[in-house]
Structures are given as C-alpha cells and as structure tokens.
Design a protein around this ligand. Structure first.
Ligand SMILES: Nc1ncnc2c1ncn2[C@@H]1O[C@H](COP(=O)(O)OP(=O)(O)OP(=O)(O)O)[C@@H](O)[C@H]1O
Length: 232
C-alpha cells in the first residue's frame, strides 16, 4: 500500500519573475492494496504531479511517498528505475506508443529494461495483447489501429511487467463515449483480475463514479470524501 505524508512538490517556474510553483501541497494520503482511487480536479491542480510522485517518476520536495514500506523519496535513481520497470504500470491519455514499432513490439519494449530474454519477451507480450483482446493485431503499427485499440496496446504494455500498481492519466480522455466505456471496463477488469492498486486521473465524473474512492485536487491540495463507498 501507499502512504504519503506531508508531500509537497514545488517547481521553479520557467520565467524567473514567477518564482516557484507549488504543484502539490502538504498531502497526506493512504491507498490500500487493490484499491481503485480516482483523482479529479481542474487543469493545473496537480493531478499529474501526484501520479508522477506515486510512480517514482519524480521526487517530492518535502515529505515521503512510501510504497510497501519503501520510501520512494529516499531511493537512488537506479532503484526508482527498477521500481518503474517492475512494480508500476502507466497508461497515458495520448497512448504514447512508439509509431515505428508494431503493437507487440511496443508491449515488448516495456520488458527491455528488465533484460528479459527475447523469447520470453515475445511470449509475455503476446499473452498481454491477448488479455486485452488484441491478439489478432500484434503486427499492426499504431497508425493502423483505432484510438481504442491503441489504448488497449497501452494497457498491455503496462500489464506485461506484471505490476502491482496501475497509474492512469486521463486514459479515456482521447476516446469517444462508447470507446471510453469499453476501455474503462477493460481497466477495471484487468485491475481486479491482477489485484492491482488503481489510481486514475480523470476530468470525467462519469469515469470517477466507477471508483471506490474519489479524491479531488484543488490548487495542489487533496480532499477525499470519507463517506465515499464503492459503487457497483
Ligand atoms: N516540470 C514542471 N515545471 C514547472 N511547473 C510545473 C511542472 N510540472 C507541473 N508544473 C506546474 O504544476 C502545476 C500542476 O501541474 P499538473 O500537471 O500536475 O496539473 P494537472 O492537474 O495534472 O493538470 P492537467 O489536468 O491540465 O493535466 C501547474 O501549475 C503546472 O504548471
């Protein structure tokens, strides 16, 4: 599980006159194993920064981010790289696939940092693509796939690492409503099947309504409704 204590993140603004920007302020948060937490909030409220801190892509300026007893803020760069490669899957709004690689090669790419032998890489990537219903599109380039199919590849790329945490930043933001619902139910299904902790950033209240808990960011501060209960 995650325990965040007194987490703040400040950035130096590009223009000197603007000084520092506080993206996340004094945030305390616990996320249980297997929980499905949605994070909502206006643009610029700090949602993506929070996700980056949870994923070890960035370090807090103050406070601690502890995952299963390990303080991410105290880890070395190589420990964080290993954490990202093994424990945490990421899904992005713009899919972030490599355009010159086929679907299966995009999924395999997630295993390169682990030095997984090529045969195993191919087998695991094929299984991950099958798990998202895309076995028959393995050889297609991203440009030959619909938005929903590209996001399925993105989900397979996150799952192939066999992570314990899935972090999704507006994963349905580029999709029409029907495809949004398909992708959301796929994310829910794979998260349940693999007992993943799911933290999903969304502007969309219809998406957030599926979560067990909804947290709202406002100017870097987080509010959670303690009365929130799971919605079936
Ligand atoms: N690397 C950075 N350097 C400087 N400022 C940053 C950096 N990353 C984020 N910020 C600032 O921190 C604040 C929070 O940004 P963040 O991207 O976390 O918001 P967000 O809620 O995810 O927004 P959106 O919904 O538009 O993606 C913003 O004011 C942003 O400009």
């Amino acid at each position: 599980m995650y325990t965040l204590t007194g987490v703040s993140k400040t950035f130096r603004a590009r223009s000197r006159a603007r000084g520092m920007v506080t993206a996340v302020q004094q945030l305390d948060l616990s996320i249980a194993d297997g929980e499905w937490l949605a994070v909502q909030g206006r643009t610029g409220s700090g949602k993506s920064t929070l996700l980056q801190l949870l994923g070890g892509m960035d370090r807090p300026s103050t406070g601690s981010v502890v995952l299963d007893g390990h303080d991410l803020s105290a880890m070395t760069e190589s420990q964080l790289t290993e954490l990202r490669a093994t424990r945490v899957g990421f899904v992005f709004q713009a899919f972030n696939l490599i355009p010159t690689l086929s679907a299966i090669e995009n999924v395999e790419a997630a295993l390169v940092p682990l030095a997984t032998p090529a045969i195993q890489r191919r087998e695991r990537a094929a299984a991950a693509l099958a798990a998202v219903g895309l076995a028959d599109r393995a050889g297609h380039l991203p440009s030959e796939l619909s938005g929903g199919q590209q996001q399925r590849v993105g989900i397979a790329r996150a799952l192939v690492k066999e992570p314990s945490v899935l972090l999704a930043d507006e994963p349905t933001g580029n999709l029409d409503i029907d495809t949004r619902d398909e992708i959301l139910s796929l994310i829910e299904q794979v998260s349940t099947a693999n007992k993943l902790t799911l933290v999903l950033v969304t502007h969309d209240s219809a998406v957030a309504a599926h979560a067990e808990r909804v947290a709202v960011m406002h100017d870097g501060r987080l509010t959670i409704d303690p009365t929130d209960t799971p919605i079936d």
